[in-house]
Ligand binder design. Structure first.
Ligand code: GRF
Length: 198
């Protein structure tokens, strides 16, 4: 049974999808044993508490350098004997020691079809506003491995979602979350935990 840590920064709807997938048996080869928030007070921490999952806050601004921040994250993951790190609506940049210690064991969900609308500065509603501004008819979500390039790691799963007339960034974000993110992230986690992603 693989031990999973989920890193969060906000509402935690992707975390909730993972917790629900564990309950329903969609995720059966792994167990979420830790939630790490990038700042205190985010609702994702409430979700962890309600699910009885250990949680902690490791905030970049508590540290003098990116190196110290990544070292703290890495030390926590090792103390919890984590096998897979899932970035779920996580807004801090991970790098350095954590990336090398957990190479090909960190995955991220991005709310577009990479390589469109991704990279530095593309997060949250901005991603969907960029898709609307461009006028794409189809967007979606991508689960990918995390490497030193923002949203640059090997793609694991993608799911397309139609853009509808009259969509706003908010309505599009909601559809992409419901129809894509909350489906492919649990699927990707189970693929990893059951050894199907080499
Ligand atoms: C959303 O913008 C979602 O598309 C992206 O992260 C943000 C918040 O996700 N993956 P969550 O509700 O905190 O999981």
């Amino acid at each position: 049974m693989k031990r999973i840590a989920v890193l969060v920064s906000g509402g935690g709807t992707n975390l909730q999808a993972l917790l629900d997938a564990e309950q329903s048996g969609v995720i059966k080869s792994g167990k979420i044993v830790a939630v790490v928030a990038s700042k205190p007070g985010v609702y994702a921490l409430e979700r962890a508490k309600n699910a009885g999952v250990a949680s902690t806050v490791i905030s970049r601004k508590e540290f003098d350098s990116a190196e110290a921040f990544n070292h703290a994250l890495c030390a926590y993951m090792q103390s919890m004997q984590i096998d897979l790190i899932v970035l779920a609506g996580y807004l801090s940049i991970v790098g350095g020691e954590l990336l090398s210690a957990y190479q090909n064991r960190i995955i991220n969900i991005h709310p577009s079809l990479i390589p469109s609308f991704c990279g530095d500065g593309f997060y949250g509603l901005r991603v969907h506003q960029a898709a609307l501004d461009y006028g794409v008819k189809v967007t979606g979500a991508t689960v990918h491995f995390v490497n030193e390039i923002t949203d640059g790691g090997k793609i694991i799963l993608q799911k397309a979602v139609e853009v509808q007339d009259g969509d706003t960034a908010e309505t599009l974000q909601k559809r992409v979350m419901e129809e894509a993110e909350w489906k492919i992230l649990p699927q990707a986690v189970e693929l990893f935990c059951s050894g199907k992603l080499n």
